[in-house]
Structure formats: C-alpha cells, structure tokens
Design a protein around this ligand. Structure first.
Ligand code: NAD
Length: 499
C-alpha cells in the first residue's frame, strides 16, 4: 500500500475535503511510491483562513521572541538533515550529497532570518523640522503565499518562509505535487521548534489551489519559483488582484570561455554545472560558449573525455554517490529526449547521445548529452531543456559572445572563465543577467545577498532572500511626529509645508 500525503494545517498533517490525488514516483526505480492529495478551492480557502487567524498573535510577538523560534528551527533542521536529504533524493532523484547541499543552502536562509530583529529596524531622523522627528517602521504584510517547483523541494521554500515568518507574517506554502515529502517535513519541524499553529501551513495541490492563492483577498503577497510561462501567469494574475508579487522563472545559462582560460578548470566546472542534478537546476550551465575555434576544439575534447567518466545511477546507494541520478518523471524524460531529436533535426551535431544509456531498470535515466555547433534560432539553444544536455555554441569574439548572451530571452545566471581581469570586468558590467560568476560556474548568491534573474527569468522588482527578501515581506510606514513643545511654534499653514 503506497503512502498518501496530506496537507499540513494548524500544526498537524490533515486531509481536507478534496479526494483528488496526484501520483508520486521514485525516479530511480520508475515505480509509484505514493500519492498526494490535491486541495480544492474550498480547502485552500480554509488553509488561508487558518493563516489569517494566526497573524494577529504572531505579528504581535517581539522580534526577538520570533527569532528564538528560528534559532531552535535551525538546530532541528541540522539534526534531521540526513532524514530530509533522503526524502529529497528519493522523490526528486538527485543524489544524496547533492540533496544535502540543497538543504545546507536552505538552512543558510534560516540563519539569515535569525538576524531579523536587526534587519527589520527602521530608520530615524531627529529634528527634521523644529521639534519634529521622523522615523520609519517595517511592518509585516499579513498572509503571504509561496508556490514552489519540484527541483529544490526544500531549498526554494526555505528561500521564502523563514524570512516572511521572522518578519511577523504568516505563510501558506504550495509545494510541487511531484515531490512534497521533504517540504511537508520541514514545515512539521518548524512546528516542533515552537512555531504557533497556523503560522506556516502547507496546502498540496495544483492549478486550483494556486489560483485560489492568487485571487483570495486575504493573501497579501505571492512568491513564485517555477517555469517562465507559469511565472508570467502568476505575476499577471496576482498583481491584477492587488498583491505584491515576485515570480522567478526559467533559465538558459551561458558560460563564456575565453582563449586565455585554464581549460581543464573550465571543463571540470562545466561538468558539475551542466550535469549535476541531471541538469534540473535553474542555475545549471546549459550553454558552453568558447571564444575562438581553437578554444572550442580543445574544450570539446576535454568535455568528451570527462563524459566517459560520468557516473549515472540511483540517487541513494549503499556505496559512494553517483555523479548524477535520474530525471524527475517519465514525462520529463520524454520531453528531454524530444529536445535531443529536435536538435538533430535542426542540424546541430550530436556529439554524445545520453539516450544510449542502458541502465537496466525502469528508472527515468538519461546520460550526459553533448551537442556542438548549436546556434540561436535552434530550439535546443533558445529554450530551457532542464536536463543533462549541454550545448556548445561557438562565438567568434568576446563581443559576439556578449551579444548572444544579451540577446537570449532568459537572464538568470552566467559565468565567464578567463585569466584576464579586463575581460571579466567588462563582462560583469555589460551582461544583462542577474547573477554572474567570474571563474565560478554556478554563481548562486549567499543567503545574505539576493537571488534573482533579469529579463524573462524574473517578473517583479525584488529578488529573493537577502535585503530584497526583507523588503518584500515588510511594508514601510514613515511617521513624522511633533510633540507639544514643538506645537507652540506651529501656526495655521495653507501652503505646502517646507522645513
Ligand atoms: P512549474 O512551473 O511546472 O511548477 C511550479 C509550481 O507551479 C508548482 O508548484 C506547480 O504545481 C505550479 N503550477 C504548474 N502549472 C500550473 C498552472 N498551470 N497554474 C498554476 N500553477 C501551476 O515548474 P517545475 O517544473 O516544478 O520546476 C522547474 C522550473 O522551475 C524550471 O523552469 C526552472 O528553471 C524553474 N526554476 C527557477 C528558479 C529560479 O530561481 N529562477 C529556481 C528553481 C526552478
């Protein structure tokens, strides 16, 4: 009998009224491991009501009292790290060491949110006029919602709710229906750390639950991470319903390799960045862009020899980890295989075909794939594949490389590999991408900086976590105050006051 996953409401796991379900698979075996309930509109409204009811008490707690719950939460996440990593690996398919890495990056946001009493301080100016002081407050918004993707079932939710909750908001989280076990467990652990019931609720579901969150007037802000078409829809719908929105979308991240780069270092970096987590990362490098034919030829050989050694296998093993596990689902495997066929039809050179991998199981496996001579206009260049498919798009010059990156519709992450400071500096300045690495292949900002792309990789003004995260989950109010001794000098004034 497979496990049925419910929702997490008012501090406990609960099945609501809807009995619709979605299957959950173990991608390493291809077998169904369970199912998750999908909430109806009425179910979702009930969950929002719980978070709304919890807001008054939670927002009135002192910032320090709220932060103390986060300190306990951090300790509990550390104690349960191995259990959580196993849940992630089992349902997502990424290997255990990678799942542990995801958890650590999420935990760092909890550590950042522990500092909220300091981060949420407003500003104060004395004597802005005769006897007048001015100060600002950063107040919580109310109920915030988070809608998250399958590829980081723990880290992406942890980008959002620790900061929102530490700031005094309550939160409704709608995880991906593909791998919700670890997400439910991190919510449960927050309760065990002392979070009052209803401050963090998890509603499992699909479009019906999402649409309810986007339109319900009690929800004040929506954070979304997922594919670009849904990000755009979420941004438009929730904005039209008067909500604050940040919606992070898809990516096609380029690594530009200059002729002066250390090519062994660049090839090593490309292997992890392109094939780690089977390419199912929004910061994966999916385009290698060597500058000049000589660089391209040498780089291609180095990648090919490393591909011979790429170890693909189950996400959880008794021995050492593989380098990469399976894709998340059979549908996704078919989609990625379809892109490979498309690349051949479009005239790109298929140098290594991952579809040839014979794993001997029904798992959703595909091997590392490499295309060369890929150009803008081909779908394998223009679109996000989200699989272990690296394409080499050759650039004639540094300027041509910058132009191709800037012309691409996505602008999430990018990297340049070079020994030349001038090229690196110019690249950082001219490139229209939100996160840039210099000799760093996956430049994911730390929790105390902010994460977010440009162009069609992010809809909204504010990035996630860091200073932008604090701004997103707080509303500023500015008070200008005069006390009786200052009032003595005040006279009726009919013109615009100037000080
Ligand atoms: P997805 O867009 O299919 O799903 C994301 C969330 O939206 C899920 O919770 C899903 O249930 C919900 N959803 C799906 N279809 C919907 C619909 N029609 N209406 C309303 N809600 C809907 O994304 P995914 O496949 O889970 O995740 C992979 C994508 O996420 C990739 O495109 C990847 O680049 C992107 N991603 C981006 C970032 C980033 O920071 N920019 C980070 C991680 C993942």
């Amino acid at each position: 009998m497979s496990e049925q996953l419910t929702h997490f409401v008012d501090g406990k796991r609960a099945a609501l009224d809807s009995t619709r379900t979605s299957p959950i698979f173990n991608p390493s075996t291809g077998r169904q491991s369970g199912e998750v309930l999908l909430a109806s509109k009425a179910d979702t409204e009930r969950v929002i009501a719980s978070s709304q009811a919890a807001f008054e008490q939670w927002s009135a707690f002192s910032p320090l009292k709220r932060a103390r719950v986060l300190f306990k939460y951090k300790a509990l996440l550390e104690t349960h790290a191995d259990e959580l990593a196993r849940l992630i690996a089992k349902e997502h398919g990424k290997v255990l060491s990678d799942a542990r890495g995801e958890l650590t990056r999420g935990l760092e946001v909890v550590e950042f949110a522990c500092g909220m009493p300091h981060l949420q301080k407003g500003e104060h100016s004395l004597n802005v006029g005769p006897g007048i002081d001015s100060y600002s407050m950063m107040q919580p918004l109310g109920v915030c919602a988070g809608i998250t993707p399958f590829n980081f079932p723990a880290m992406v939710p942890l980008w959002m709710f620790p900061i929102a909750i530490a700031a005094g908001n309550t939160f409704v989280l709608k995880p991906s229906e593909k791998d919700p076990s670890s997400t439910l467990r991190i919510a449960e652990l927050f309760s065990e750390a002392g979070l009052p019931d209803g401050v963090l609720n998890v509603v499992n579901g699909d479009k019906e639950a999402v649409d309810t969150l986007l339109t319900d007037p009690r929800v004040q802000a929506v954070s979304f991470v997922g594919s670009t078409p849904i990000a755009e829809y979420v941004y438009a719908t929730a904005s039209a319903h008067g909500k604050r929105v940040q919606a992070l979308g898809g990516a096609k991240n380029h690594m530009v390799i200059m002729p002066d780069a250390d090519l062994d270092q660049a090839a090593d970096a490309l292997m992890g960045a392109a094939y780690g987590s089977a390419g199912e990362r929004c910061m994966a490098i999916s385009v290698a862009m060597p500058v000049g034919e000589k660089t391209a030829e040498a780089l291609r050989e180095k990648i090919l020899s490393r591909l011979d050694e790429l170890r693909v296998g189950e996400s959880i093993t008794d021995g050492p980890d593989h380098d990469m596990g399976p894709l998340v689902s059979r549908q996704h495997l078919e989609k990625v295989s379809g892109y490979i066929e498309q690349g051949i039809n479009e005239g790109a050179e298929l140098v290594r075909d991952g579809r040839r991998l014979d794993h001997g199981t029904d798992g959703f496996f595909i091997g590392g794939t490499l295309f060369d001579h890929v150009k803008p206009g081909m779908r394998i260049y223009d679109e996000e594949i989200f699989g272990p498919v690296l394409v080499i798009a050759r650039a004639e010059s540094f300027d041509a490389a910058v132009k191709m990156v800037n012309d691409h519709e996505f602008g999430n992450g990018t990297a340049i590999f070079t020994r030349d400071g001038d090229s690196a500096r110019q690249y950082c300045e001219r490139i229209q991408v939100g996160m840039v690495g210099v000799n760093v292949p996956i430049p994911v900002p730390m929790a105390f900086h902010s994460f977010g792309g440009w162009k069609r990789s992010l809809f909204g003004a504010l990035h996630v976590h860091g200073a932008d995260g604090v701004r997103f989950y707080t509303r500023m109010k500015t008070v200008t105050a005069r006390w009786p001794s200052g009032l003595r000098e005040a006279t009726n004034q009919y013109t615009m006051p100037t000080l």
